[in-house]
Design a protein around this ligand. Structure first.
Ligand SMILES: [Zn+2]
Length: 209
C-alpha cells in the first residue's frame, strides 16, 4: 500500500513537471508565431508603400524600399517580381527589369493578375535593352583622337588651348570678369607637343604658382 502511494506520488510529480514544460514550450511557440506574424505584417506594409511610391512616380524611393524588402525575405512573392520589374523599367534599369518581369511571366503565365501588363512592360524593357547594347557596341567601336599621340609638326608646339595663346584666362562671374594667369602654359602662351598630348588625354595638371 505504501509502495503504491509512493509510486502514485512520484507519477504525479512527473506529470506536473511535464505539464509545466509543455505549457512553457507552447508559450515559446506562441511568441515565435506572433513574431513571424508581426514581421510579415511589417514587410507587407513596406511592400505596399513601395508599390504606392512607384505609382506616384517616386521610382528611386520605391526602388530602395523594394530592395529593403528583398533583403529581408527568403522567398519572393510573385507579385513583387512584377512590381519591382516594372519600377526598374521606369527607372531605366532595363536589364534588372527584364530579369524580374521574366520571372513573373514564367511563374504566372497568362493567368496572373498582372500577366498582360507584365508582358507589355517586358517587351518594352527588352527593346530598350537591345538599344542600350547597340549604343554600347557603337561607343566601343568609335575611334577617338585621345587614344593617339598627335604630331604637332616641325615647331613642336601648339598655341595654348586654355588661354588661346594670351596667357590670361578670363572668368565671368556676378561682379564682372576676373582675369588670372593661365596655369597650363607657364606664361608662354603655347604648349609643348608633349603637354598638348597630355592635355588631350586629361593628364596635364595646372601649375599651382
Ligand atoms: Zn595658356
Amino acid at each position: 500500500m505504501i509502495k503504491t502511494n509512493l509510486l502514485f506520488f512520484l507519477f504525479s510529480i512527473v506529470s506536473v513537471v511535464t505539464l509545466v514544460a509543455q505549457t512553457e514550450k507552447e508559450k515559446i511557440q506562441q511568441i515565435e508565431t506572433q513574431k513571424q506574424i508581426d514581421k510579415q505584417r511589417k514587410l507587407t506594409t513596406k511592400l505596399d508603400s513601395a508599390i504606392r511610391l512607384s505609382e506616384e512616380g517616386q521610382y528611386e524611393q520605391a526602388d530602395a524600399k523594394f530592395k529593403a524588402v528583398l533583403k529581408e525575405i527568403r522567398s519572393v512573392p510573385t507579385d513583387l517580381t512584377y512590381h519591382f520589374g516594372k519600377n526598374s523599367f521606369l527607372l531605366g534599369k532595363y536589364k534588372q527589369s527584364v530579369d524580374w518581369l521574366t520571372k513573373y511571366v514564367q511563374l504566372k503565365g497568362t493567368s496572373g493578375q498582372y500577366s498582360e501588363a507584365a508582358v507589355g512592360w517586358l517587351s518594352q524593357a527588352e527593346g530598350e535593352l537591345i538599344k542600350e547594347k547597340e549604343r554600347e557596341a557603337k561607343l566601343a567601336s568609335e575611334v577617338l583622337s585621345s587614344d593617339f599621340t598627335i604630331d604637332c609638326g616641325p615647331t613642336g608646339k601648339v598655341a595654348c588651348t586654355i588661354c588661346k595663346g594670351s596667357t590670361v584666362v578670363v572668368k565671368k562671374n556676378y561682379f564682372g570678369d576676373t582675369y588670372s594667369t593661365c596655369q597650363y602654359c607657364h606664361k608662354l602662351g603655347y604648349l609643348t607637343c608633349e603637354e598638348y598630348n597630355m592635355l588631350l588625354k586629361g593628364k596635364l595638371k595646372p601649375s599651382t604658382e
